[in-house]
Design a protein around this ligand. Structure first.
Ligand code: DC
Length: 226
């Protein structure tokens, strides 16, 4: 297939969006963009500067700092995908902690944050040949994307996946904490005013609670070749 397209993958947290997106990008020779990493990096910036904590959030200071937040994806050939750099520093590991996960949905609610990141995402996709995952890719970032996928799985399944991933990386967390975080993020992501997580009318829905990664990849690939 010579014509390059945009593939938008949206859905709830820990539905395997990034795994699928990475595989598709590799197979098609496309660029993969993890937009969640961008919201996570802004959250990390807010944490590092004392703008957000367990009981406070200085939204105004974060908004005023937005011009000083530089987000860049740099391809790592050893890993086969791009890593997130915040103001020149590789933050790929730091942005995946449960602490960042506990703040990110609040940061992603801020209109000014979304405007800045959406603009950068649209720029990255202007030459097509891109697989982008997130919450609003098929609805807001690329409403004209040629292929839109919407991924779901039960909260229990998603929390189990996330718990395995975090503990594999040495995190000291309980399953209950992870499950609570999944439920909280689902609620905020689907109820926020600006760009809530909803399935685009023309998106194809996949519930992958009981499907292997390989089966899912093959099904989606068939849609790319239509
Ligand atoms: O995909 P993820 O779990 O890494 O995303 C982290 C958070 O960022 C998620 O809870 C909601 C937010 N997000 C968003 O609002 N819009 C996107 N396009 C991507 C992520």
């Amino acid at each position: 297939m010579d014509k390059k397209i945009i593939i938008a993958i949206d859905g709830f947290s820990s539905t395997g969006k990034s795994t699928l997106a990475k595989e598709l990008a590799k197979h098609l020779g496309y660029v993969y963009v993890d937009t969640g990493a961008m919201y996570r990096a802004v959250s990390l910036f807010a944490m590092q500067n004392g703008y957000i904590g367990a009981a406070f959030f200085d939204v105004e200071s974060l908004i005023n700092s937005l011009p000083f937040i530089k987000l860049v994806f740099k391809f790592n050939p050893d890993l086969g995908f791009a890593e997130m750099y915040l103001n020149g520093v590789n933050v790929e590991k730091e942005i995946r902690t449960l602490e960042v996960s506990s703040y990110v949905s609040k940061v992603a609610e801020i209109h000014e944050v979304r405007v800045k990141l959406v603009e950068q995402q649209q720029e990255m996709g202007k030459n097509k040949g891109i697989v982008m995952d997130g919450r609003d890719i098929g609805t807001v970032v690329f409403p004209n994307a040629e292929l839109k996928i919407f991924m779901t799985a039960s909260p229990q399944t998603r929390a189990e996946r996330r718990f395995k991933e975090l503990t594999r990386n040495g995190a000291d967390v309980t399953f209950e904490e992870v499950f609570k975080n999944v439920e909280e993020r689902d609620y905020i992501d689907t109820h926020r005013e600006d760009s809530p997580l909803i399935k685009a009318k023309d998106a194809v829905e996949f519930d992958n609670s009981n499907v292997t990664k390989q089966e899912q990849f093959e099904k989606v690939l068939q849609l790319v070749k239509l």
